[in-house]
Design a protein. Structure first.
Length: 287
């Protein structure tokens, strides 16, 4: 392995887990998920010893970050992406339904970014990285960081809840015109507000609703779990569904339609929207 970065731990009040402390200390890996993966792969050493995610950091410790010396020059994933916004710091792209954002698979948005985005001219330019996730069956807008500083800044905006996301879903059954869902997920607070835009009768599902969703937190499968919890699962959901109310072959009717935030560097107000997919418009042609 090749050593690429070193960090000396200065004054800290109480011991803290490595995977928490190391977020943001390395330019090469600025995200929490990236640090966790590096630790698990044995690329992080503390005081010369390979670290674990359970290790606590103390004042005076020395943390080294390594990378594999084996070059990974496998086939590149050539997958054209629709780019809705791009500058030297960040980009917003459209993720189609039915593709992973990242992971161990070859066919991911993460692997396609370098083919679609222009390399930043800034000195801390890095490989473009998604700074949040969308489920495999969900379509919509995805925010990408193109520099180390940008990735850190965008993650901080998400942590401070300063990035507003809006989704549309088609939900099954009779619904209130609007409401709020405050239902914990994995023992963590989770909050979603919703607004029913239009309702139509359905011979098979009784009612179908075009619903606008405003998640205030970002738990895994939050919108899908929340709507299922109030008895109005999303059409096409194969994990959270009512008996005899499963639609097969059309995918999940959940779409991340807009992103709104203040650009962390230019301070410009960024509002990006993406129209509803065709399968939504077949049921709700007015939209």
């Amino acid at each position: 392995m090749k050593k690429i970065e070193t960090h000396n731990v200065k004054k800290i009040l109480i011991p803290i887990r490595l995977q928490e402390y190391a977020v943001g200390i390395f330019k090469t890996i600025p995200t929490k998920s990236g640090i966790k993966k590096a630790i698990k792969k044995g690329f992080v050493k503390v005081n010369g010893k390979t670290a674990t995610t359970a290790l606590y950091i103390n004042e005076g410790d020395t943390i080294h970050l390594y990378e594999s010396e084996q070059k990974n020059e496998g086939k590149q994933f050539n997958f054209p992406l629709e780019i809705l916004f791009e500058d030297i710091y960040l980009a917003v792209i459209y993720k189609p339904a039915g593709i992973l954002v990242s992971g161990n698979s070859f066919a991911t948005i993460d692997n396609a970014l370098i083919q679609n985005l222009q390399k930043s001219a800034l000195t801390d330019a890095t490989r473009p990285r998604p700074v949040h996730r969308l489920d495999y069956p969900t379509s919509g807008l995805l925010l990408i960081g193109k520099t180390t500083e940008s990735i850190i800044a965008l993650n901080q905006l998400f942590e401070k809840k300063e990035i507003q996301k809006t989704y549309y879903a088609i939900c099954i059954g009779k619904m209130e015109k609007n409401g709020e869902i405050d239902f914990s997920i994995d023992d963590k607070n989770a909050f979603t507000s919703f607004e029913v835009i239009q309702t139509i009768k359905s011979p098979r599902f009784d009612f179908l609703n075009l619903v606008k969703l405003y998640p205030k937190t970002g738990r895994k499968h939050q919108l899908r779990k929340h709507l299922f919890a109030i008895g109005n699962p999303i059409l096409g959901d194969k994990e959270y569904f009512l008996e005899d109310k499963i639609l097969k072959g059309k995918g999940l009717f959940l779409h991340a339609s807009s992103l709104s935030f203040t650009h962390p560097f230019t301070k410009e107000k960024i509002i990006i929207t993406k129209e509803l997919p065709k399968k939504f418009k077949k049921l709700f042609p007015e939209f």
